[in-house]
Design a protein around this ligand. Structure first.
Ligand code: NAD
Ligand code: ZN
Ligand code: ZN
Length: 447
């Protein structure tokens, strides 16, 4: 049994806390076909089937379980870099059959009796986190830390406190079924769905679920001042949106760091940005020394981590992680710390799970580096202003979208996204409920 599943078993033995106002662990309506689903109406959904294995299956459509529920017909979803951590088995407490997907939009099909602001037919986007709208954190719009939607005890013990519940993201974050499916149940629908106006098509609005809000949070939470030089580790969709946002916030220069074709993508879409391919550095040169060279010897003002702690660069961390001596590598964070100027700021948005070795605390202390965990991004704090920015054309989420695919092909899409094959990065996943592609959408690719 994989570590991830073993942890889920321990959680069952220990038992959940009693803080959640919405039911935990309905990660697939098939768990109780009559209670949680409509067995007469099957739907397609992408489920986790163990480490490095996902599959598209037929499962009952979800139905209203709690009075605040909304049932959405999904019209658009996508795969996030965070889903790769589930695929790789590094996020604990996964169970076979869990429906994945935390970025999705759709049309309201059914509402529970307590839902006040939404009705059948409304076109909406969901927040990746499930918030109550009313607790200490929700009152400050820090919805990703909602105290009333996740009652996982291992998370509480391991992290010192919990995050909010998250769609399709393991039982560690509540065990909610996700939206890589034809339909989904959205608990507390009034709070967790935002209506999309007619001038914002699904292909743009969808990404308010996560990547757009997350990248914005990464930039504003770390702090970018006018004239700053900003270095971004990871040129995936999150890093790419951060490039645009950093310029929007007044950065003078933005340098994206990665080791593959995504750097070319950035140059093409944003010619102002500079790139650093760490795999092409000559012997003796490091990311830090190169960045210093590029910035007059002092280093960037700001470093943004848009990668994740699971991707070791060298053998030492590779083996330490494999042997369970640490859960995350410190290599990227150390690079960020040594690269930025003294009193520079480093923000971590890429996912880190637990503990790391060989952390350069000396450099951090001596040089006054500000290390900021950006947290799971609080979507509710930002989605209104970012929707307006999309309407005004200030940002275009379609810039990072490489493919339009079908929900029935999602398992193959996961593997291609993981291997960065076919130039695949952010996708738009359509279902039988989707509208025809909007202007600027990539053509449909079938597998
Ligand atoms: N905090 C949040 O709320 C939140 C939300 C969404 C995603 N995320 C996380 O943000 C990260 C980025 O997401 P994404 O969708 O862009 O993922 P992605 O996997 O598509 O992109 C990650 C990129 O990092 C690059 N990379 C790997 N090792 C590197 C290294 N040593 N130096 C520089 N680049 C390196 C990869 O080549 C890849 O292009 C992921 O960890 C994801 O889980 C966080
Ligand atoms: Zn995500
Ligand atoms: Zn709350």
């Amino acid at each position: 049994m994989a570590v991830s599943q073993a942890a889920a078993l321990v959680e069952k033995l220990v038992g959940h806390d009693d803080n959640s106002i919405t039911q935990q662990d309905i990660s697939n309506p098939a768990q109780d076909r009559a209670k949680y689903g409509d067995p007469d109406h099957p739907m397609k959904a992408l489920v986790w089937q163990g480490k490095n294995k996902v599959e598209v299956v037929e499962t009952p459509r979800p139905k209203v379980v709690e009075p605040g529920d909304v049932i959405l017909n999904i019209t658009g979803s996508t795969v996030c870099g965070s889903d790769l951590h589930l695929l790789h088995g590094v996020i604990v407490e996964m169970e076979k059959g869990d429906i994945l997907g935390h970025e999705f939009c759709g049309v309201v099909d059914e509402v529970g009796p307590d839902v006040k602001t939404l009705k059948k037919g409304d076109r909406v986007v969901a927040s990746f986190q499930i918030a109550c709208g009313d607790c200490y954190y929700c009152k400050q719009s820090l919805s990703s830390q909602c105290e009333k939607t996740n009652s996982n005890t291992i998370a509480n013990a391991m992290l010192g406190a919990r995050t909010a519940g998250i769609f399709g993201y393991s039982h560690f974050t509540g065990g909610f079924a996700g939206g890589q499916a034809e339909a989904v149940r959205v608990p507390l629908g009034d709070v967790n769905l935002l209506k999309l106006p007619d001038d914002v098509p699904d292909e743009k609005g969808l990404y308010l679920s996560d990547v757009v809000c997350t990248s914005w949070n990464c930039c504003v939470d770390t702090g970018i001042n006018k004239g700053d030089v900003v270095a971004i580790w990871g040129a995936g969709p999150i890093g790419q949106m951060c490039v645009d946002f950093a310029f929007l916030l007044g950065a003078q220069r933005v340098i994206a760091i990665d080791n593959n074709w995504r750097l070319e993508w950035i140059k093409q879409k944003c010619p102002k940005a500079e790139t650093l391919d760490y795999s092409a550095l000559p012997r003796g040169e490091s990311v830090t020394s190169k960045l210093k060279e590029m910035t007059g010897g002092r280093g960037p003002d700001v470093a943004l981590e848009c990668v994740a702690g699971e991707y070791a660069k060298g053998w030492a961390h590779y083996f330490e992680m494999m042997l369970g001596m640490e859960t995350d590598t410190s290599e990227i964070v150390n690079e960020m710390i040594t690269s930025v100027r003294n009193y520079g700021r480093c923000g971590i948005t890429g996912v880190y799970v637990g503990f790391t070795n060989h952390f350069n605390i000396g450099s951090l202390m001596e040089r006054g580096i500000r290390l900021i965990g950006n947290g799971q991004a609080p979507v509710h704090k930002y989605w209104h202003e970012l929707l307006t920015m999309i309407q005004e054309g200030k940002i275009d989420p379609l810039k990072m979208v490489s493919h339009r695919v079908r929900v029935e092909d999602l398992d193959k899409v996961y593997y291609k996204f993981d291997k960065k094959e076919d130039g695949m990065q952010k996708v738009f996943v359509q279902t039988k409920y989707s509208a025809p592609p909007c202007e600027g959408s990539p053509p449909l690719t079938t597998y």
